[in-house]
Design a protein around this ligand. Structure first.
Ligand code: NAG
Ligand code: NAG
Length: 278
C-alpha cells in the first residue's frame, strides 16, 4: 500500500513500529518529492513505500501507480530523498539470481553480486548432472526483484478498500469506511495487494461464480506458512500487522475509518526459516 502525501506525517508516526526513522529534513524532502514526482510522471496515486537498508547508503522507495492500481505500478528509488531514479522491473533471470543472492545491499546501485546457481540436467535419469553456474546480478536489478517479491508476499489492504471495475481495472473504493474492530482482528479480512495466486486467474469461467467485484484478490489467512502477527494498540483503536516472512513490513488500520497504510523498512532479506519456526 505505502503511504500518501496527504496523511504523510500522521501515517509515518503510526508506522514507526516498522523501525523506520527519519531526520526532519528527510521527511520534508520526501513529502515534496511525492508531490513533484506525481505531477512529473502523471501518476494517479503516489505512495512512500519504504526503505531498504544498505551498508553504506539506504534506498528510499516511492511507488507511483496509474489507473489500474494493481498492475500499473512503478518504483523509484533515491539515496538522498531529493534525486529519484525510475527502477526497471526485474527480468526473470534477475529474479532467479536474487533468490540465491547473499550479502547485504551496499548502497551502490552499480555493485555486482556474484551468485552461484545449480544447473541440473537429465534429472531423474542415470546421467543426472549437477553443474555449478556462476553469474552475477547488479544491485539495481536485485533491488527491483526484491521489491517485487516483497510486494507479492507482504503488501496488504483491508477487505473492501479496493474494487474491481467492470473493465478489469482495480481502483480505490471511494466510499470505503473501514473494517469494524472485530473484523480488523481477522486475517481473512485482509487481501494481498498483488495478482492473485490462489484464486483462478482473470478471465477464467469460475471467476464469475464469485462475487467478482468483492473477491478478486487472495486473503492472507490462506498463506502457507502463516506469516502474520496482528496486534491492537490504543484499546482497539489501531490495528498493527507485521509480516513475519519479511521482517520490517508493517501495516496499520484505524477501524471504522478509511485510514490504513504500510511501510517496509529492512535489509531486503526474507526470513527463510519461517516454515521451521512455526
Ligand atoms: C544448463 O545445462 C544445459 C545443458 O547442458 C545448457 O544447455 C544450459 O545452457 C545450461 N544453463 C546454464 C544457465 O548454464
Ligand atoms: C466499499 O466500501 C463500503 C463502505 O465500507 C462497503 O460497504 C462496500 O462493500 C465497499 N465496496 C466493495 C465493492 O468492496
Amino acid at each position: 500500500m505505502g503511504i500518501e502525501a496527504k496523511d504523510f506525517t500522521l501515517d509515518l508516526d503510526l508506522l514507526a513500529f516498522s523501525g523506520i526513522a527519519f531526520s526532519p529534513e528527510q521527511r520534508a524532502s520526501l513529502q515534496t518529492s511525492l508531490i513533484i514526482l506525481k505531477e512529473q510522471y502523471k501518476f494517479k496515486t503516489i505512495h512512500f513505500w519504504g526503505k531498504i537498508l544498505g551498508i553504506t547508503d539506504d534506498y528510499f522507495i516511492i511507488q507511483g501507480r496509474q489507473k489500474d492500481e494493481l498492475r500499473d505500478r512503478q518504483f523509484l528509488y533515491s539515496k538522498d530523498c531529493v534525486n529519484w531514479n525510475m527502477l526497471t522491473p526485474a527480468n526473470d533471470e534477475a529474479k532467479d539470481s536474487t533468490e540465491v543472492c547473499q550479502g547485504r545491499f551496499t548502497g551502490d546501485p552499480s555493485n555486482d553480486f556474484e551468485v552461484t546457481k545449480y544447473n541440473i540436467t537429465n534429472e531423474d535419469t542415470e546421467d543426472e548432472n549437477i553443474e555449478e553456474v556462476k553469474s552475477s546480478v547488479r544491485e539495481e536489478d536485485r533491488l527491483a526483484a526484491t521489491l517485487s517479491k516483497i510486494e507479492q508476499d507482504a503488501l496488504i489492504i483491508p477487505r473492501g478498500a479496493y474494487i474491481l471495475q467492470p473493465n478489469g481495472d482495480v481502483e480505490r473504493n471511494r466510499t470505503f469506511a473501514g473494517l469494524t474492530a472485530t473484523e480488523s482482528g481477522k486475517l481473512s479480512n485482509y487481501f494481498h495487494f498483488c495478482e492473485p495466486i490462489h484464486l483462478p486467474k482473470k478471465g477464467l469461467i469460475h471467476r464469475s461464480a464469485l462475487d467478482k467485484s468483492l473477491h478478486f484478490l487472495d486473503t492472507i489467512d490462506e498463506d502457507i506458512p502463516k506469516g502474520w502477527s496482528v496486534q491492537f494498540e490504543r484499546g482497539s483503536g489501531l490495528v498493527q500487522i507485521r509480516s513475519l516472512k519479511w521482517p520490517g513490513m508493517a501495516f496499520f488500520h484505524i477501524p471504522e475509518t478509511n485510514r490504513y497504510g504500510s511501510l517496509y523498512c529492512g535489509v531486503g532479506e526474507e526470513n527463510k526459516d519461517l516454515a521451521f519456526m512455526l
